[in-house]
Design a protein around this ligand. Structure first.
Ligand code: CP3
Length: 345
């Protein structure tokens, strides 16, 4: 009998001895051990490209803070990078693409489908290595960015506050935006299929910039592509749970649909509201405001409040977005311990 993974059971809404927990961005700069490996790698992208080191930092939060699932160490932007977009990380400024997509010819020039997905071998090698080292009762989460969130970087060339270049395309030339989204969707389907074939136990789709789209347009420009990816994977791999994380779209909760298992609730959406609208249909993941990690008392208070709402049923604890680099490791450990304490049956 293979060892049960309580994280996977929880994703399918099964009874578990306690509510499992992990943290978005759990492998990262708040851990001195991460900083040491990154220094050895030289920079962040080298770290993503090196399976031994990427494996090491993937496992760190499992060993150090005690989370119930590891998340593959990589970045959503390796996808457009391998589609031919030349990613770099500029110190203090974040990710950059030197030649953003402006027109049809730029899209046609992008490497698509199987050819792009096949170039991400370092990700598949990292997954295979992690699976030889991760304890059998812990789950490995693989991930992708949503086509919309990836497209924002591909069109703007970097992070943006206004999304004005993407939105100009959205309203003035929607067919062009759909053409980009469709091409990215095809790569993502095959990329996630290869992550699953390499050994991940769970899929998470990050739509970090969901809130940039007006609610009436959200389905058209983002959600339907995420659902298309989920449905493609579910048909082939029904035993692999899928987590959807659209950040900051409470106005869309009434319109959520699709074949997936877990809905990731961000910190701006009250858990009560998410439970009322979606709790019967999907397991809910979330959603402590990540800055509460600066205070142990504020952390305990939120964990108890969330537990009071969810009652240990159809729930996975997480932050409502990523952990920040200056959080004390001790406080991150406290969060994990408190999630286990309040939910233990
Ligand atoms: O622990 C984990 O969650 C797994 C690793 C992970 C990273 N990025 C590592 C990383 C995951 C899941 C991501 C996803 C990602 N990358 C998203 C969506 C997730 C979310 O937070 O909503 C986005 C929007 C990106 C793009 C990206 N990559 C940005 C905006 C940045 C920040 C740049 C900066 O200077 O802070 C990155 C870099 C990045 N990705 C880091 C890490 C640990 C920091 C790099 C470093 O300084 O070491």
């Amino acid at each position: 009998m293979p060892t049960r993974k309580i994280f996977v059971d929880a994703c399918f809404g099964k009874e578990t001895p306690y509510t499992p927990v992990w943290m978005m961005r759990q492998a990262g700069r708040y851990l001195p051990e991460y900083m040491a490996v990154r220094a050895k790698a030289g920079n962040f992208l080298n770290l993503c490209h090196n399976p031994e080191m990427a494996c090491e930092v993937t496992l760190q939060p499992v060993d150090i803070v005690g989370v119930d699932a590891a998340i593959l160490f990589s970045d959503i932007l390796v996808i457009p990078d391998e589609m031919g977009m030349n990613l770099s990380f500029v110190k203090g400024e974040g990710p950059k693409f030197s030649d953003p997509i402006k027109n049809e010819e730029d899209i046609d020039r992008l490497i698509g489908g199987e050819e792009a997905a096949s170039k991400l071998t370092y990700v598949y090698d990292t997954i295979k290595l992690i699976k030889t080292k991760l304890a059998d009762d812990k789950a490995l989460i693989g991930f992708t960015g949503s086509p919309w969130t990836l497209a924002t970087y591909m069109i703007e060339g970097q992070g943006t506050k206004t999304y004005n270049v993407c939105k100009k395309m959205m309203y003035a030339n929607p067919e062009l935006l759909h053409k980009i989204l469709a091409k990215v969707t095809e790569v993502v389907k095959l990329y996630m299929q290869k992550q699953i074939e390499s050994g991940i136990d769970v899929v998470q789709i990050f739509d970090s910039w969901a809130a940039a789209i007006e609610p009436n347009k959200y389905d058209e420009f983002s959600w339907k592509y995420m659902v298309e990816i989920a449905e493609y994977l579910k048909e082939k791999y029904p035993h692999i749970p899928i987590i959807m994380f659209p950040k900051g779209i409470p106005a869309f909760l009434d319109n959520v649909y699709g074949n997936f298992d877990v809905f990731g609730v961000d910190w701006s959406t009250p858990m009560e509201l998410a439970k009322e609208k979606l709790g019967d249909k999907y397991v809910l993941q979330g959603n402590m405001e990540p800055c509460r990690l600066y205070s142990k008392e504020a952390t305990t208070e939120a964990v108890e409040d969330i537990q009071n709402v969810m009652q240990g049923k159809r729930h996975i604890f997480n932050l409502g977005h990523g952990i920040l680099p200056d959080v004390p490791v001790e406080n991150a450990k406290h969060f994990i311990q408190e999630c286990h304490r309040v939910s233990k049956k």
